[in-house]
Every structure is written in C-alpha cells, then in structure tokens.
Design a protein around this ligand. Structure first.
Ligand code: PLP
Length: 446
C-alpha cells in the first residue's frame, strides 16, 4: 500500500515550488522499465531518465542483484587510509571508458561535489607546479555545475546565483552563452555553424583582463544541459582546448549530463573529439540507484600532485580532499553492474540511434505550434523552447509540465524549455506518446 499521508509538515522538496505542491502532489511509489507508478496508482512515462540518471531504465535486475550481494558482503568501509575492492574495479571500468589519458578517478557522491572537487584539484595542481597564483576560474553564462559554492560560482543560471551574492567565489568570470536564437533556433543533430568565433571574447577580453597566467581552469558543460539543452557551435570545444593549451589553463568538462552515453558515445569528449584535463561525472554512472559522482583526471595532473611531494615523508597525504562516502562499496558495485549492463546491451549505441527518432518526432510534432520559438535535439535529448509569458518567466513551461504529468508523461521544465532525455531503452512507441502528449499540452496552454 502506498503511503498517502502526503502532508508538507516535514518534507522540504528541492528545486520545487513547495507552497503549491501539496495541492496536487506528484509522488512516485514504484518504477519499472520506462514507467513510474504514482501514489494514486497511475502510470507515468519517465521521459527524463529521472533527471538524466537512469540510462538503462528502472528496476534493472543485474544492478539490483549486485547491490544486494554487496550489502551482504561489504556494506561499507571507510575510504581514508584504507579502501575497498569495488572502488578499484569501478575506477578501472570508468577510466577504460574515458578517452586519452583520463585515468585517475577521484570519487565523490554528486555532480555538485564533482564540480567543487575538480576546482580544488585545479588549484592544488597549479600550486604543486609552483603556479599557485593561478586561481581565476572561468565558467559560462547559463552553465550549471551544481549547488556547492564552487560550482555555483562558475555556474551561470541567474536564479541559482541571485540570493547568494557575496558568498560566490571572487575570482570568477564567464564566457558568453552559446545560443543564437535567430540563426540557430532549430537544431536537429547538427553542429550550428556560427558566422563569428564566439571564443574571440575569451582570448581578447576575458584572458587579458585577468592575465592568462592567473587563470586556473575553464569549466564548461560540452552541451549546456540544465539550462535547456543548448548545443555548442561547430569547432567550439576544439578551439577552447587550443586556447587553454596555449595559456597553460586546465580545461574541465562537466559531463554530469553528457557522460555515460547520452550522445551515443561514452562521453561528449568522444563525440566532439576533445580530451579535457578533467572530466566530471555523476548521473547515469549507477543508473541513478545509488548516489555517486567523480572527477577523472589526466595523468599529468596526478603526476604533478604526486611529484610535488617527492621530498615529503612517505606518510604525507598529497591532496587534502575527499568525502566520507567517496568510493562507497555499494555505489561502486552499482556502478560496475551499470557499466557492464550498458556494454552488454549496447545501450550507448542505442541512445545514439533512438536520439534520431526522438529528434525527428520533436521537430515534426512541435515545430510551428503556438509559442514554440526553438527546438534543439542532439543525442538522446531534446528541448522545445516556448516564448515566456510576459513578466512570468518559466510559467508557461511549468504549466505544460504539469499538464504532461497529468497525461502520463514526465517532461522537464527548465526555464521556458521542455526537455526530454529518456532512458536509452526507450522504444519508438514511448517517444510517440511522449512527444504527442507534449504537443497537445503546448496547444492547450497557447
Ligand atoms: C552539468 C551538471 N553538473 C553538476 C550537476 C549537479 O549534480 P548534483 O545534483 O548531483 O549535485 C548537474 C545536475 O543536474 C549537472 O547537470
């Protein structure tokens, strides 16, 4: 029996309008494959992989069994000064999936922790090489790197920053956003070709302002996810890599959303053919069932951090950072089973193939509907952007989200975007239902 005492007395919901939630609660009590069961016994399609996490679909037995087995074997063991066998194996599998010499995995528990971890590695790395003055970070407008103070500072979604003013890190700048709503409103699995090089600003304004020798790292999402699936201009990430290399600046890809198959490749780094110095991951690594995040570093970062302590006594810790639950054995068991499942079922390739189907459906069913101003699809994800209601940004999309929910489809409202990013097991019929329901809801809220 579902617990139906859904009062708001004790539960404060994250990133959710709490004052109205109780009037129309949206509560899941079970999930299987592509569907949730709600507290009132309805079926809802998970059109967003439960916020980009559940690549293999819900209730996957190999993952569940691995977790149960791990609980009966080694439930937990501290991560400091000792470790566990599953953490070694999970690190090995993750490193093997990464391009280039991204091969040292620092585990944490979320994307936010991954952002802050990568920023701390950047500072420690430069200091280890005698360049401790490199402490400027560059993010991007409308970027999202979680809710810690580091990630929030380099993030660029205004609402997430607005009330935290003075607590944001001081030496941070932002690249301009990567969307051209006039020339590239509709993107279907293409790389938009811009008439200008939008990274000229980095070279000619931002870096000279801070002096490149003071810049520790640039951090970007390869595809801007949380803002609403915005796709970088052709050649953008390669050019960013070149600029960073030229000035000794580390490049961090936040692949929390794009990692583990969303674009049909293991990482966006593979899709775009660009190897960053650090790669942050979280969602999809355990299929969402147990929290886990991490930062994969290139060999030269690890070497610098170890080499700097060459004269230190052998018992000295090289990097004063880590979390109580870093490399938790149950999370690592889930990650191992998840990665094996992705590989056994060729789910990354499937994500790439079904992405075309999703993109076709979104463009053919939603283009031309009232208030639709942009549709962008790439990999197994796509966004339909609506014109905002004057003075009420986000309201139209939120209303459409609610409407879809009541018609059995979970879509993500991000600002005035409605985003789909279903599990990789999605079938054509699910896509037709999801996008059909979205199109009807958009019409109803015209
Ligand atoms: C790119 C990116 N980085 C970081 C995060 C934060 O992850 P978490 O919510 O696990 O802290 C997210 C979450 O959506 C994300 O999309």
């Amino acid at each position: 029996m579902a617990y139906n005492e859904l009062r708001m007395d004790n539960h404060w919901l994250p990133f959710t309008p709490n004052r109205t939630f109780g009037e129309d609660p949206r509560v899941f009590v079970a999930a299987d494959g592509m569907h949730f069961t709600t507290h009132d016994g309805r079926q809802v399609i998970d059109g967003i992989s439960s916020l980009w996490c559940v690549g293999a679909g819900h209730n996957r037995k190999p993952i569940n069994e691995a977790i149960k087995k791990q609980l009966d074997t080694l439930d937990y063991g501290t991560a400091f000064n000792v470790s566990n066998d599953k953490a070694f194996r999970a690190a090995e599998l993750i490193a093997a999936l990464c391009p280039g010499d991204l091969n040292k995995v620092l585990f944490c528990n979320s994307g936010s922790e991954a952002a802050d971890t990568s920023m701390k590695v950047a500072l420690a790395y430069h200091r280890a090489r005698g360049e401790g003055h490199r402490n400027v970070f560059i993010g991007r407008e409308r970027g999202y790197h979680g809710v810690g103070f580091g990630g929030m500072s380099v993030g660029g979604i205004p609402a997430n920053r607005k009330v935290f003013g003075t607590a944001l890190l001081p030496r941070v700048d932002h690249l301009r956003f990567i969307h051209d709503p006039v020339n590239h409103a509709y993107i279907h699995h293409q790389e938009p070709v811009w008439g200008e090089d939008i990274l000229t600003e980095l070279e000619q304004r931002i870096l000279p302002l801070h002096d490149p020798s003071n810049v520790a790292a640039v951090i970007v999402e390869p595809v801007a996810g949380s803002a609403g699936w915005y796709i970088p201009p052709q050649g953008y990430l390669k050019r960013l890599r070149e600029i960073c290399d030229k000035h000794g600046i580390l490049l961090i890809f936040d692949e929390v959303i794009t990692g583990f198959g969303r674009l049909g490749t293991p990482f966006a780094a593979d899709y775009y053919g660009v190897v960053p110095d650090m790669l942050n991951f979280a969602k999809c690594v355990t299929n969402g069932v147990i929290p886990m995040g991490g930062v994969v570093c290139r060999q030269h970062i690890y070497d610098a951090m170890m080499g700097a302590h060459g004269s230190a006594p052998q018992h000295a810790i090289e990097f004063f950072h880590g979390y109580t639950y870093s490399g938790h054995p149950v999370a690592c068991a889930a990650a191992i089973a998840t990665i094996e499942l992705y590989q056994q079922e060729n789910l990354f390739e499937r994500a790439g193939a079904m992405g075309q189907v999703l993109g076709d459906a979104m463009h053919s069913l939603c283009k031309g509907l009232p208030n639709v101003v942009s549709i962008r699809t790439l990999g197994l994800a796509g966004a339909v952007e609506l014109a905002p209601i004057a003075g009420m940004p986000g309201k139209r999309a939120f209303d459409v989200f609610m409407d879809c929910y009541h018609h059995g489809v979970l879509v993500r409202a991000a600002g005035d975007n409605l985003v789909f990013c279903p599990p990789y097991i999605v079938e054509r019929a699910h896509i037709e239902t999801m996008v059909g329901v979205l199109a009807d809801a958009i019409r109803r809220h015209a």
